[in-house]
Each structure stands twice: as C-alpha cells, then as structure tokens.
Design a binder for this molecule. Structure first.
Ligand code: GDP
Ligand code: IMO
Ligand code: MG
Length: 443
C-alpha cells in the first residue's frame, strides 16, 4: 500500500483542532492512531518530549518508528511541526530525517521546527547517566535538557542558528557542566570545541526548516486549516500529574498542547485519548495493577511489549479504572481509543481494577505520592474473556459478544466514551463506532 493510502474511507469534512495523547504510561499506540486519523487534518504538531518517544506506524509491510518527527509526516504533502515544547537532539533529528528520506518521505518539504524548541547536547546524556538510577529513563538526556530550560540557561534552536552568539552561549553552558563533571570526579571532559563545531554544522542543515511555528500554526488556523496535536508519553508520565518522580520532564497531558505549540486553549476543539485494553509501563515507579505472574508474561509476549526505542521489556498489567477516571478529569477526554484489544483474545477471564483499598478503607482519590500509590491494593472485577480472534476486525458488530461487553464495562466504569477500537497494528485493523462522538469528530 503506498504511503498516505488507507483502507478506511472517510466521508464529509469536519475540520477541527484535536489533541491525541496517551492516557496511561506511554506506548498506548498513539503513532498508529495519529497516522490513521490525521488524513483529514492539514497539520500534525508534536508539543512535548523528544527522542524518548517511539511512535510506531505500520503501512503494509513497512514499519516506521517516529521519535521526534510527528507521525503525520508519512502522509505526502502534510505539514509536520516540531513545537516549542520539545527538546531536540539535532543528531537524532538528522538521523531520523535521513532514514525517512531514504524511505521516500519528503521531510525537507514537510517539516517545520520551532525556533523556540530547546537543543539537547551530549552533556545532557552524561548528566542523566550520572544521576538517574530508580526512574529508569530512556537515557536520551531529555530530563537534563528540560532542567536547563527550567533553569533558564538552556540553548534554543534560534540561539543555535545565531552564528555570532551561539559560541559564547555554548561556552558558558559547557563551562558550567565541566564544573559539575569535575565535582562528580569525571576526569575525562569531552572535547568542547569539537562538539561546538559539530553543532554549528547541524545548525546549517536544519536552518531551512526552522521558523516561528507558533505563528505558522496560528496563521494556518486563522486561514481555516486544521491541526492535530500529537502527544508523546502519557498522562501518568506527565511532570505535574503523573507518578512523580517516576515521570518524564514535560507536560504529556492534553494541556501541554497549548503551551507546547503556542496555540491558545480557545483554539483547541477536542481531546481524544489513547489507552490500551490493559496497561503497560517501562522503567520504575508504582503500577498498582501490574501482573507479576505468568499472565503478565503472556500479555508481554502476545502484545510484543518491548520498548520501541530502548527494547526494554514493558511491565504489563490490567486496565485500571481509577487511573482512567483521573486521566479523564485532567484531560477532559471527549472520546477514548482503546488499542490492542486483540492481545486479550486468548484469555478466559480478564481482571479489571475498579477501585483501590488500603487495608479496610476505600481509597477514593489517586494518592499524590508514588509511595502512596505503591501501598494501594487494587480491587478487581473479573470479566469473561471471548477466546475468539478479534485481530483485524473493523466493524463493532463483528466483535464477539464478550469483547463488546468488556468495552461497554470500561465505558460505564470510566464514564468515557470508547469511540474507536484498534484490533491490530495496521491501519485497517480499526473500528470506529457508529454514532459516537469520535465518528463525528473525524468524519
Ligand atoms: P506509541 O508510543 O503510543 O505510539 O506506541 P508504540 O508504537 O510505542 O507501541 C505500540 C505498539 O503496539 C506498536 O508496536 C504498534 O505497532 C502496536 N499496536 C498498535 N495498535 C495495536 C493493536 O491494536 N493491536 C496490536 N496487536 N498491536 C498494536
Ligand atoms: P511514547 O511517546 C513509554 C518513560 C521512561 C521512564 C520515564 C522517564 O513512545 O509513548 P525520560 O527518558 O523521558 O526522562 O524517562 O518515562 N518514558 C516512556 N515510556 N513511552 C514513552 O514514549 C516514554 N518516554 C519516556 O521509560 O520511565
Ligand atoms: Mg512508544
């Protein structure tokens, strides 16, 4: 199937500005969903994170893993924006551009990079390796780069492109890092002049794609164009609302779409969340419904739950209603896409966490500390499985009765509409529920 082609036919034009983001701990299948539904949008914009993200898109027998570049880039002619809320490692970006261009994608013609995004340097990775232990980060230097941003000493893309001033800014940042490295006993400081020259080279290669993307987006919206905002990571990894400190360093919730692109909240029309039919998490941190038994291993194998960036095995567990209700409150979800339903096909019963207890007491709110969340005991309801293949089903009525019951149960318990269900990694392995708010948004 050619890039841009899809097996699903859409009718009508209902252009709006929509955020698509993860409702759990990342890897919910955002890449597949953004790629599939961005067809009707003019622009796809990433608003936070960096190359810690790994968004998989399967098109026929071709597999793409997008890290910094929005998943919409695979649609010819579609504008893809790297917003101001991202941290950009130019080496990672250029390598991603090269591999996409080798696959026939016109990245240079489609990609715009914010002049206000922050630039990630090799010492950010070094700092992370020195400091991160329990969080289990992706080791890409994302946190330290955001630290420099928050400390107001970071270097932005516009600074990198400023030939006269970049040198001085880089020297100041590098000197400070060298002092820290010495304090940590690192005796072998990197060759700063070589790094500086390398970054000056990167600057020239990305220069034609850099602009004021907030202006680009706002002018496009004023001209009647539509924007899809693509979140990375997920709500429970959000710096403010996630399982702090076991989080990423950016605003991965839907609210980040506004600050991370410069598009005002009043211009965002809808919020669509993506969640798996179960839950996974990579790295450390509390995970109340984690299945540490053979069932967890079974889901990992069947769902191929290994990190698309780091290859690390993902921790697997059961759908967590209290966490989804929390995500719904924080994000104001209009509709939910449930992915990987097919992974549960073989199970004879499926536990769903419907509440938390602590001893004899019901826990009504999500505890604010990770220690608190670690101590809750999930209360499960067991639903009957369907033990029939759902892989590839593209009409709701064709799902086995128990699969429909499972989805209806999640919908009732969470209070969030499930408007779309994914039954496989391919574009056409997708169900859009007729009459749903989701269908209304995307058709
Ligand atoms: P993202 O980071 O949210 O874009 O998700 P990832 O790409 O990291 O991980 C999702 C994985 O699940 C990818 O390998 C997808 O190809 C795959 N996937 C997405 N939707 C489905 C589905 O409905 N069923 C199955 N079996 N795999 C899926
Ligand atoms: P996508 O966009 C899943 C996790 C890491 C670690 C924590 C902090 O593909 O869903 P970081 O390197 O960001 O400082 O790591 O966040 N993490 C992700 N987990 N999917 C991701 O991205 C993730 N990006 C970061 O494993 O626990
Ligand atoms: Mg991923």
């Amino acid at each position: 199937m050619p890039l841009g082609a899809t097996a699903i036919q859409w009718s009508g034009l209902h252009m709006r500005n929509v955020v698509i983001f993860g409702a759990q701990w990342g890897d919910e299948g955002k890449g597949k969903i953004v790629d599939l539904f961005c067809e009707k949008f003019d622009i796809v914009a990433r608003y936070q994170g960096g190359h810690n993200a790994g968004h998989t898109v399967l098109i026929g027998d071709r597999k793409f893993i997008l890290k910094l570049i929005p998943s919409g880039i695979l649609h010819p002619g579609k504008r893809a924006v790297i917003g101001n809320g991202l941290v950009v490692d130019p080496a990672a970006l250029l390598s991603e551009i090269e591999s996409l261009e080798a696959a026939g994608v016109d990245v240079a013609g489609q990609l715009s990079i914010s002049n206000r995004a922050h630039v990630l340097f090799p010492h950010h990775r070094t700092m992370e390796q020195m400091l991160d232990a329990a969080i289990g980060t992706t080791s890409r230097g994302i946190g330290p780069c955001y630290e420099d941003k928050a400390a107001r000493r970071g270097i932005r893309v516009a600074d990198l492109l400023d030939r006269e001033h970049f040198g001085a800014q880089f020297e100041a940042l590098a000197q400070e890092k060298e002092t820290v490295a010495r304090a940590f006993g690192i005796m072998d400081p990197p060759d700063l002049q070589q790094i500086r020259a390398r970054y000056e080279g990167y600057a020239e290669r990305i220069r034609p794609m850099v602009c004021d993307t907030a202006r680009l987006l706002n002018e496009a919206i004023r001209a009647g164009k539509s924007v899809m905002f693509e979140g990375a990571q997920g709500t429970m990894l959000d710096l403010d609302h996630g399982t702090f400190p076991f989080v990423t360093s950016s605003s991965a919730s839907a609210g980040g779409a506004s600050t991370g692109t410069g598009v005002p909240p009043t211009k965002i029309d809808a919020v669509v969340a993506v969640a798996k039919a179960y839950v996974t998490r990579v790295g450390g941190g509390p995970f109340p419904t984690e299945a540490l038994d053979a069932m967890g291993d079974r889901i990992r194998e069947r769902g191929n739950e290994f990190g698309s960036v780091t290859g690390r095995p993902r921790r697997c567990g059961w759908f967590d209603v209290p966490l989804m209700r929390y995500a719904a409150m924080l994000n104001g979800i209009d509709s939910l896409v449930v992915t990987k339903l097919d992974v549960l096909d073989e199970l004879d019963k499926i536990p769903v966490c419907v509440g938390y207890r602590c001893g004899r007491h019901e826990v009504a709110e999500i505890p604010p500390t990770s220690r608190g969340l670690e101590t809750v005991e999930p209360v499960y309801e067991c639903l009957p499985g369907w033990q029939t293949a759902t892989a590839g089903i593209s009409r709701f009525e064709d799902l086995p009765e128990n699969a429909r019951q499972y989805l209806a149960y999640l919908e009732n318990r969470t209070g969030v509409e499930i408007g779309c269900v994914s039954t496989g990694p391919e574009r056409n392995q997708t169900i859009v529920k007729r009459g749903s708010r989701f269908e209304n948004l995307f058709s």
